[in-house]
Ligand binder design. Structure first.
Ligand SMILES: [Zn+2]
Ligand SMILES: [Zn+2]
Length: 411
C-alpha cells in the first residue's frame, strides 16, 4: 500500500481549511472544475505511480546491492543528513530537466496545467514521471544510501512540497531564500516572463540560487498561473498525454534523425513546431465552462467514488493479476475522463456516463467484480449506481451547452 495514501486525510483536511479561510477572507482561489480535475489526477497518480515506484525502487535496490561503494548503518544520523541533501540536489536536476527537456516536459506539464494555484494543485501530479525520474537518483544508490532511507527521504520531500502550493501564505522573508516556500513556488507555476524556468527546488531553494535559476515574487507583477500553451480541458487523460501527442506529431514531421532527436531532447521553447504561435496574454481569460448545480453534486459524488476505488485498488492490488489490475485502473481512469466530458458540456456526455455507470457498477453490485465482493460493498455499489443514474437524469435537465470562454486548441 502506498505510504502517501495515509496522508490523504491530511491533504483533504488542509484543502478544506484553505477553502474556508479563503472564503472567510473574501479571496477566490478555487474553481470547482479545476479543483475536481486536480484531485482526480492526484488520486489516480497514486495508483499508477505506486506500480512504477515499485519498479524504480527495485532497480535502486539492485544498484545498492551490486554497485554500492559504501555501506551505511541506518542508525548513523550522517546517512540521513547525506540522503536529505543528495535527494534534494538530484530533485533539483530532475525537476529542471522536467522543464528543459521536451520529452520530460511532456510528462511534467500536467502539474503546471492548472490556471489556479491552491493546495489541490499540489496533488495534480504526472501519471508518467516515475518512468523517467528514478535515473536521476541512482548516484544515491551508488554511494550506498539504503533503500529504506531513500524511500523515506523521497516521501518527506513529497509531503513537504504540498504546503508550498497556496496563495494564502505571503512572503516569509529569509525563509523564501533558503527553503521552497509558497512565494517562490508560486513563481515556479507562473507564465510571466520572469517566472519561466525558475525555482526548481524541492525542499531547499539554495540550489536555484547556486545554479542561477532563482527568482523572487514581484509585487508589481502578480504571478499568472498556467503554461504558455494552455491545456484548455478538464480531462485528466488529455492533461497527462496531450504533450506526448504533440511530441509524437512533431517527431513524425521532423526530417532525419538529428531533427527527431532535437524534438525529443531540446528545451520545449526551442522545439519549433511545439512553440505556440502567440502565447495567451497575461490578462487573457482562463479556460472556463459553466458550472451547474447538479454538476457540482455529481462531480463531488463521482470524485468520492474515484477516491474510494483508488483506495480499494491499492488495498487489493497485491492479490490481483496484472490484467485485472490494469482493467481496474482503466475503469477508474474512464470515470474521470467521462466526468470531464460532462464538465465540458460535450454532446452525448451524459448518456456515455450513464453507460459507464452501468458497465462498472452493475457487476460490482452483483458481486461479479475482479474478486469476491462482500455484501456491504454490493449494497454500497447498488446505492451509488441508483444515485448516479438519478443525478444524471437531473443533470440532463439543467445541463448547459458547451460554451468554453476560450476556444479549445486544436492540438
Ligand atoms: Zn515544475
Ligand atoms: Zn508545484
Amino acid at each position: 500500500m502506498s505510504l502517501i495514501l495515509y496522508a490523504i486525510p491530511f491533504f483533504l483536511g488542509f484543502i478544506a481549511l484553505e477553502y474556508l479561510v479563503a472564503k472567510r477572507t473574501g479571496q477566490q482561489v478555487h474553481r470547482f472544475h479545476d479543483a475536481v480535475t486536480s484531485l482526480n489526477i492526484g488520486f489516480i497518480s497514486e495508483t499508477i505511480r505506486s506500480v512504477l515506484k515499485l519498479m524504480s525502487v527495485f532497480v535502486y535496490a539492485l544498484v545498492v546491492d551490486q554497485v554500492a561503494v559504501f555501506e551505511w548503518d541506518l542508525k548513523n544520523p550522517a546517512v540521513w543528513v547525506l540522503a536529505f541533501f543528495m535527494y534534494d540536489f538530484f530533485y533539483y536536476w530532475a525537476h529542471r530537466s522536467g522543464h528543459e527537456v521536451n520529452l520530460l516536459w511532456a510528462s511534467h506539464v500536467v502539474h503546471h496545467s492548472s490556471e489556479e494555484y491552491n493546495l489541490t494543485t499540489a496533488l495534480r501530479q504526472s501519471w508518467t514521471n516515475q518512468v523517467f525520474y528514478w535515473v536521476f537518483y541512482l548516484p544515491m544508490a551508488i554511494v550506498g544510501i539504503p533503500v529504506k532511507v531513500f524511500v523515506i527521504t523521497a516521501l518527506v520531500s513529497a509531503l513537504y512540497q504540498f504546503w508550498s502550493h497556496t496563495r494564502l501564505v505571503g512572503k516569509l522573508g529569509w525563509l523564501d531564500r533558503v527553503f521552497v516556500t509558497p512565494s517562490n513556488h508560486r513563481c515556479h507555476h507562473g507564465r510571466n516572463d520572469y517566472c519561466i524556468d525558475k525555482n526548481y527546488g524541492g525542499t531547499l531553494i539554495i540550489w536555484d540560487r547556486l545554479f542561477g535559476t532563482y527568482t523572487e515574487e514581484r509585487d508589481a507583477e502578480p504571478v499568472v498561473y498556467g503554461t504558455l500553451s494552455p491545456l484548455n480541458s478538464w480531462n485528466p487523460v488529455w492533461g497527462n498525454f496531450k504533450n506526448y501527442a504533440t511530441l509524437w506529431r512533431d517527431m513524425r514531421s521532423a526530417k532525419g534523425l538529428g531533427e527527431k532527436l532535437h524534438v525529443v531532447f531540446a528545451p520545449p521553447g526551442l522545439v519549433k513546431a511545439s512553440r505556440p504561435e502567440t502565447p495567451p496574454a497575461l490578462n487573457a481569460r482562463r479556460f472556463e465552462t459553466p458550472v451547474t448545480r447538479w454538476q457540482t453534486v455529481y462531480g463531488w459524488l463521482a470524485s468520492g467514488l474515484v477516491l474510494a476505488l483508488v483506495i480499494e485498488l491499492l488495498r487489493v492490488a497485491p492479490d490481483l493479476s496484472w490484467p485485472a489490475r490494469t482493467a481496474f485502473t482503466a475503469m477508474i481512469v474512464l470515470n474521470t475522463a467521462f466526468l470531464s466530458r460532462i464538465f465540458e458540456g460535450r454532446t452525448g456526455a451524459i448518456k456515455l456516463e450513464a453507460a459507464r455507470c452501468l458497465l462498472m457498477l452493475a457487476p460490482l453490485a452483483a458481486g461479479l467484480w475482479f474478486y469476491p465482493v462482500p455484501l456491504a460493498v454490493r449494497g454500497a455499489a447498488l446505492v451509488s449506481l441508483l444515485a448516479s443514474l438519478s443525478l444524471l437524469f437531473l443533470l440532463q435537465r439543467d445541463s448547459a451547452p458547451y460554451k468554453p470562454l476560450r476556444p479549445m486548441d486544436a492540438a
